[in-house]
Ligand binder design. Structure first.
Ligand code: SIN
Length: 558
């Protein structure tokens, strides 16, 4: 039983704030959406940590966009569809690719992002799954940090946006079937506030933290998906958790990424004997789509009974390597690895949630007034496996569409009135240690819902969740406890979808169903909360859900 809310409350007893739009999250999706909205709306942006703490900050590779005159949108679309293994939404992919170049130019011209150039034009890199060099990058391998800084600078000069750091979205509130409010907690003071906006935009990122081995910062606990799911929104494609092939294989958390762009420069993926493991496996060898590279790595590591392989750049110009990848060079040096002289030990790590809260092309979820942007959303552009460097792009493209859509959104059915909404949980049972359970959950997810899945192990995860179901009833007021409940919810949703999909596709690989099965499984698995349980249904690849169709529940009538 998943309770509707994280804890008991009554809106009449809480302080409140009004605004036009509440944006949740401060990565590329949240910042871009808030900036777009600031032209015509009063915005509150909440972020559970500091403004510039997000996955975006860690993004190394860059932003994929058709900039080179020898490249074409058709080629970028085709590469995205191929990587997505038959489950991308073609219309959403068209939007992403065709609107992408203008969004990159805006970053340059309006927000003064400084991307790397060569000979007076943007320097474009190649990454996995791309048949053309089209990845814009900054400071070599610090693209995310440059984008985040450029947008952050612009946002701080924007009087229409009230940034509230260290504020955690607890839950959203519905009235007349529409999203009309949200409860947020000041995580340092542990106080609650109700925000009454016209619309809420979830831009709260992914869920890598539910895995013990991940490239994501610890704040990525799937909060946005959990909040939307509890409110009755449909979520989809959650079994497609993308593993990045080449995280630095040393004991540290989170895992440091060795960007795919390094393979774009000619790095070789080799085993301990120096044999290239991707040769003869795929026409793009080291630059095959991520799921293909990871699957091959898992096979080789199992055969050779090892837990890592190596990237080798020693045959490449050392000066060029140091200049092109200054952060990677420095981070590895600090770990005692000089990439120009030593091979780099690497292994796969959980990296990106390809699915999320279902949206249409305007970022609308199926709850009126609730929008989702970036990794938390499932726009359909990633299908079963995201193409490298399409994620910052997705945040930029759909942020603009969401702002345009909110400009036209009239507000919930009873907009203006402030309904009284209250809820009382059971809060029973002994309080369990959040840190112990968090560690156990992350270990179980790594071991049983990783890159190769099997029915018995997946069922074991559901048993683990059921044995520890008390966690969902416990009313934690501290952020780690609330995150834990969201992580439990996400683990349940990911595992349920992984158990249901009886085939191997994209980043979902089953040992017991090793083949792709288009006939039965070229479809999405959509999940929705019905009376505290997870209800699953399949949806053919080409069909869309109706946006703003309405939630099943209404908090006012509870
Ligand atoms: C990378 O630089 O390899 C990561 C880029 C991405 O995840 O899109």
């Amino acid at each position: 039983m998943i309770p509707r809310y994280l804890f008991s409350f009554n809106t009449d007893t809480l302080p409140s704030l009004d605004c036009d739009v509440l944006v949740v999250g401060s990565g590329v999706a949240g910042l871009s959406t808030a900036l777009r909205l600031s032209g015509f709306a009063d915005v509150i942006l909440v972020t559970k940590s500091e403004l510039q703490a997000s996955s975006t900050m860690h993004a190394q590779g860059g932003i994929a966009a058709v900039i080179d005159k020898h490249d074409s949108c058709e080629s970028h679309i085709e590469d995205t569809l191929v990587a997505g293994a038959g489950l991308c939404d073609p219309e959403a992919t068209e939007v992403l690719v065709r609107e992408g170049p203008d969004r990159v130019l805006e970053l340059l011209e309006e927000y003064h992002a400084r991307f790397d150039t060569s000979g007076g034009t943007l320097d474009l890199a190649k990454e996995g799954g791309h048949t053309h060099a089209r990845v814009v990058h900054a400071r070599g391998d610090a693209t995310g940090s440059e984008v985040e800084s450029a947008l952050g600078r612009a946002l701080l000069g924007e009087p229409a946006v009230n940034v509230m750091e260290h504020h955690f979205l607890v839950d959203i509130l519905l009235d007349g079937g529409s999203c009309v409010g949200a409860i947020v907690e000041d995580t340092r003071r542990k106080t609650l506030t109700v925000v009454w906006p016209k619309a809420v935009v979830l831009a709260s990122g992914g869920t890598g933290e539910i895995y013990l081995v991940t490239t994501n910062p610890t704040i990525c606990t799937g909060d946005g998906v959990a909040v939307a799911f509890r409110a009755g929104a449909r979520v989809s494609d959650l079994e497609f958790v993308q593993f990045h092939p080449t995280a630095l294989h040393i004991p540290e958390e989170p895992k440091f990424l060795i960007s795919e762009a390094i393979r774009g420069e000619g790095a070789l993926l080799v085993d301990v004997e120096g044999n290239r493991v991707m040769e003869g496996q795929h026409p793009l060898t080291e630059l095959a789509p991520r799921d293909v590279v990871v699957a091959r790595m898992v096979e080789v590591m199992k055969e050779q009974q090892t837990n890592h392989l190596y990237l080798d750049v020693r045959h490449l110009d050392p000066e060029r390597m140091r200049a092109r990848f200054p952060n990677i060079h420095q981070h590895c040096l600090e770990a005692g690895i000089d990439i120009t002289r030593n091979r780099i030990p690497v292994s796969p790590a959980a990296h990106y949630m390809s699915g999320g809260v279902i949206t249409d092309l305007q970022g609308r979820t199926d709850i009126p007034g609730l929008y989702a942007c970036g990794e938390v959303a499932c726009t359909g552009v990633h299908g079963a496996n995201r193409l490298a460097s399409n994620s910052l792009l997705e945040g930029l493209v759909f942020a603009r569409r969401i702002a345009l859509s909110i400009d036209e959104y009239p507000g919930g059915t009873r907009q203006g009135a402030r309904p009284t909404i209250s809820w009382s949980g059971k809060a029973e049972g002994p309080r369990v240690s959040e840190d112990l359970l968090r560690g156990n959950l992350r270990e179980v997810m790594r071991d049983s819902v990783g890159m190769l899945r099997f029915e018995k192990e997946l069922s074991g995860v559901l048993e683990f969740l059921s044995d520890n179901a008390g966690v969902l009833q416990t009313e934690y007021l501290d952020v780690r406890g609330m995150e834990l409940k969201n992580m439990f919810t996400l683990a349940h949703l990911i595992t349920t979808s992984a158990l249901m999909r009886l085939e191997s596709r994209g980043c979902h690989r089953r040992r017991d169903y090793a083949d792709l099965d288009d006939w039965n499984w070229r479809k999405h698995i959509d999940l929705r909360m019905v009376e505290g349980d997870v209800a699953a249904e399949t949806r053919p690849q080409h069909s869309r859900v109706r946006p703003h169709a309405g939630a099943l529940t209404d908090d006012k009538d509870r």
